[in-house]
Design a protein around this ligand. Structure first.
Ligand SMILES: *Cc1c(COP(=O)(O)O)cnc(C)c1O
Length: 409
């Protein structure tokens, strides 16, 4: 029986140009973004300009994490304590966490079998709660019909903030992900599409939102040093009314990130090739359903999802144990307890209790896998063979005994 021996958590190294630039920053001692020598433009400032150009945004702010970018965006569009904020029921903990961080209330919206927002439920919840803001999570890189969503939210009077943690480099009908909402937020945490360990971006075309975000992130009234930023008069209007909630990016991380921006398009192409190999290897497996990818979507295949609909928890557990024994680390969104990166909305007990039967049914059979770029195409073929064989063996076999779930990162 073949066994996969690669690592599901091993990313590619930082490019040499990034390592050299990082060492230069360390030698200079000027790590803080506003600590510059005469005439010097900070790495962080250049990074923001370059990311704004890449996405076509007017303004860009680099911050300490993706989660920080989300909370900062909510504050910058004026969400206050106690306000309801709509968000996908299928998402990652930092998304409802960012809503809770400003004392607002996450209101979860059902998702479809293709893991995107259910528009009927969105409209119903916008009406029933009066929410003015949607924190749209493109969870695991699945984009909903963005034109239809923007039209619906315009009708509902709902402002969209996009969580693009899994869609940096993705697009809908050619529009870069993060550019259809009022604000787009990204993460540069190690498992995302460019890697500085931790980090986040916020992009917008709205001058006042951009100025507020810069002041919020902790500019110590040195906002004049930013370049991908609105003019001075916008800051003048709001600078004494905007609290400092420090969450800046530093020059060391910016130096590591800048050489990765030109590599993004190539990474997207390499991820798609890996995704398509997995998809081809799993197509037609009985009792295993793949996600449909719309033609309008340019996606980043940094993770792979499939469903085992109507499988009992014991059967899913047996399948996960057997694939893990063969070196394939899969995650399950149906587990009773949250395990490494796979919590569900019921696990966020700080939010008011909510019932989403449609999402529950989907997550009960939802399997998720990381796809690092260190996997070769042949690795993807082998992983697909193992998953297919075990799905057949467990799916068509007798009902197994319940097993303890394996722990994977
Ligand atoms: C990673 C991630 C974020 C941001 O996370 P940080 O770890 O704070 O950078 C936000 N949303 C989703 C869906 C994520 O996976």
């Amino acid at each position: 029986m073949e066994r996969f021996t690669g690592s599901f958590t091993q990313q590619e190294p930082i490019p040499e140009a990034g390592i050299e630039a990082a060492v230069d920053v360390l030698r200079s001692g000027r790590l803080h973004r506003y600590n510059t020598a005469p005439g010097e433009v900070a790495e962080t400032v250049l990074l923001e300009e370059e990311f704004a150009a890449l996405t076509g945004a007017k303004y860009c702010l680099a911050v300490a994490s993706g989660g920080y970018a989300l909370g900062c965006a909510l504050r910058a569009v004026g969400v206050g304590p106690g306000e309801p904020v709509l968000t996908n029921a299928f998402t990652l903990a930092p998304v409802p966490g960012s809503i809770a961080s400003i004392g607002a209330r996450p209101i979860f919206v059902e998702v479809t079998v293709n893991l995107t927002l259910d528009f009927d439920d969105l409209a119903a919840k916008a009406h029933s709660t009066g929410a003015r803001v949607l924190m749209l999570s493109h969870m695991r890189g699945h984009l909903c019909d963005m034109e239809a969503l923007v039209a619906l939210c315009d009708r509902l009077g709902v402002t969209i903030i996009e969580d693009c943690a899994h869609t940096m480099g993705a697009a809908w009908n050619g529009v870069p992900s993060g550019r259809q909402g009022r604000v787009g937020c990204y993460s540069m945490q190690t498992y995302k599409h460019i890697n500085s360990g931790e980090g986040g971006f916020l992009v917008t075309d709205d001058a006042e939102v951009a100025a507020r975000a810069i002041l919020l992130s902790g500019s110590y009234m040195l906002y004049g040093k930013h370049r991908a930023a609105p003019p001075e008069e916008v800051f003048q209007r709001i600078r004494l009314h905007t609290p400092n909630v420090s969450g800046r990016m530093d020059n060391l991380r910016a130096a590591i990130l800048r050489p990765q921006l030109p590599l993004l398009a190539d990474r997207v192409a390499r991820w798609e090739a890996r995704y398509r190999r997995l998809e081809a290897g799993l197509a037609g497996t009985p009792d295993l359903v793949l996600t449909t990818r719309p033609a309008a979507e340019t996606f980043v295949g940094s993770s792979f999802q499939f469903r085992l609909p109507d499988w009992s928890p014991a059967r899913v557990g047996a399948f996960l144990s057997r694939t893990l024994a063969r070196g394939v680390e899969l995650k399950w969104f149906g587990a009773t307890d949250p395990v490494a990166f796979t919590s569900r909305y019921q696990h966020w007990a700080y939010a008011e209790p909510q019932s989403l039967p449609k999402t529950d049914a989907i997550l009960a059979g939802l399997i998720d896998m990381r796809v690092p770029l260190t996997f070769s195409l042949e690795d993807c073929d082998q992983i697909a063979r193992i998953i297919r064989a075990e799905a057949l063996a467990v799916g068509q076999g007798p009902e197994p005994e319940a097993v303890d779930l394996p722990l994977v990162q």
